[in-house]
Each structure stands twice: as C-alpha cells, then as structure tokens.
Ligand binder design. Structure first.
Ligand code: ZN
Length: 144
C-alpha cells in the first residue's frame, strides 16, 4: 500500500488519542498500478471513525454501518473507493487477531497499529487478495 506521511500521522495521532481504547477508521483511495508494475492500494483520504463497540473497546472495535456508508459515499463523490481500514491493538502486537482474519475483506488493506503506553510502536499492513490467504504488505510512505 501507499500512503503519505501526513495521512499516516493522522492515523497515529488517532491511535494515541483514544488509547487505551482501540481506534478505527477507513482508508479511501484506489487499487492502482505502481511504478514497478504491480498493483497495490493507494490511500488518498483517511477517515477516522468512532469505535461503537458497546463493551471492551480496548479489546476490539466496530465501525457503525451509518458512518461506513457516509464515508463511502463521500469517497465515491471524490472518485475513490473504500480500500481498507485501520485499527489499533492496545498493549499488543500489530498482528491480525483471529477476529481480524475472519473479517478481512478481499482486496482491502488492513492497517494495524501497536500502541503501548500511548505511543505507537509499530504500524503494519495486511492484504487479502481474492481467494488467497491474508499476507503482510509493504507500506510505502510517500513524502509530503
Ligand atoms: Zn485487530
């Protein structure tokens, strides 16, 4: 995936702000061919969302259907699609949980941040191609 440093910073700020709860948000952009010929998700907009899980928000997250649809229609009006989502793991590694594996959407990028003591220690991205298992993908951070 590709993302600008500024948008990556927005995600990290969000994760630190809501600590010790998990943050969540949506990534809007396009699945594009990069300079070396392969296709990957390119993030053009980041939409921080509210974690509406009714309990244990430090252990999981949920984005409301209403907010998802609002972000999706706004993204489409700009010519983008929802290409993935991000969330944080508080006091845990940035690795997909069983729940994350089960809820991975094909062709979407799942960005996971590891936050400990209000600091973001690690950011990793995982991609689930159609009919293939989940795999880690490189995060290419573009300059501002
Ligand atoms: Zn997770």
């Amino acid at each position: 995936m590709q993302i600008s440093q500024r948008k990556l910073d927005i995600i990290k700020e969000h994760a630190m702000q809501v600590y010790p709860e998990e943050c969540c948000g949506l990534l809007a952009g396009r699945y594009e061919q990069s300079f070396d010929g392969h296709y990957e998700n390119v993030v053009y907009e980041v939409a921080p969302c509210r974690n509406v899980l009714s309990w244990d928000r430090h252990m999981g997250f949920e984005i409301s259907k209403t907010e998802y649809c609002e972000v999706e229609s706004e993204a489409r009006s700009m010519g983008y699609n929802i290409i993935g989502a991000y969330h944080s793991h508080t006091n845990a590694d940035a690795l997909p949980s069983n729940h994350d594996y089960e809820h991975a959407i094909p062709n979407h990028t799942m960005v996971i941040l590891s936050v400990r003591e209000t600091l973001v220690l690690q950011v990793r991205a995982f991609f689930r191609p159609f009919s293939e298992p989940f795999q880690e993908e490189r995060i290419y951070v573009k300059s501002l």
